[in-house]
Design a protein around this ligand. Sequence first.
Ligand SMILES: [Fe+2]
Length: 410
Amino acid sequence: MRRQSQLAEALADARRRTDELFTLLVPDAFYDRPIPERHRNIFYLGHLEAFDWNLICRRTLDLPSFHPEFDKLFEFGIDPPAGRLPEDQPKDWPSVDEVKRYNTHVRQAVSRALTSGDVPEQLWRVAIEHRLMHAETFAYMLHNLPADRKIEPPGVAARILGPPVSRAMIEVPAGGATLGRRRGNGFGWDNEFDEHTVDVPAFAIDNYKVTNGDYLEFVKAGADPPHFWVRRGDEWLQRTMFGHAPLPLTWPVYVTQQLASSYAAWIGKSLPTEPQFHRAAYLPALTPAFTPTRTPARTPDPTSRDCKERFPDAGNYNFDHWNPVPVNAHAPGQMLGNGWEWTSTVFQPFPGFEPFPFYPGYSANFFDGDHYVLKGASARTAACFLRPSFRNWFRPDYPYVYAGFRCVEN
Ligand SMILES: [Fe+2]
């Protein structure tokens, strides 16, 4: 019973997160397509409920479909290879009211399924985390809608200023990095299994993420600007969630993996591998310079409910802000939050990988050598994804992710 009410609460919380995003749209923006490689906004309104319906009610409980056309239309998102963009038109999609009616019906059925206790907890976790992932990826999409297509909620002030960033490389001694997750030890997605240890030679890593200010030097030397920058006259501006701002030099630069790799090579360094990120982020205090000073322990569990209350320095994640904060707003040892971090590791299965039988394509569809692992979290990442085993992945030229990087010396 207790478990059931926890799941109900987590599902309600995840729904609040995604419902909030749709309230930011002006009414006719449901048919806009903010990112050319993705569906129109209306797809996401139907997708979140269609996913729950298909997984929980249709496939698990074998309930008869009340709207087979929508179950299929809203089933899957898209990730087309370069040069192959979707061509559908607004008139190809149903009305917002029709989709909302479908959603109401699904939520009622899903609530009944939850009360029945007939659905394994693993599937509820999949539904909840799937929705929370979209709470972030749909925020990337809305970021790319022009400001006049969105309604800015009250109290959004981008935190632009901060003291200058003092740069240092932190030495990480050789040792083992434990990746993945032990089976039977709580929920994880298929690609998080199995747990295994990798030997990592000694290396040094940036104390803070690379900033807009750092990257500006690279652009002045002729490099491509990030998608998150906009040129106005002689000036660079930052695309923030609700408009453009003068380029905040101490914010992490959000760039593609390709641009991040080029920058690292330009200064004679590299991107970290996935095991290197683990060594740096999850080891106990590496050096006094890499230990949060305001927290009694270096690694309070960032996924715990009260982490933010107990550790004000815990980082910019769990929907804290709509934008990044300066890289030095939190102590240098706090690697999680304020932007995912690109690695040089191609997304591949861990030894012992088995796809979920009820969602076989979740990871396996992306083991194509053209997706790279990201670790960490952004301001719009739910706390549960800060567990060490969680892996995110995108194409190396996908420019819309809240993702930056730091460099390593090997
Ligand atoms: Fe999805």
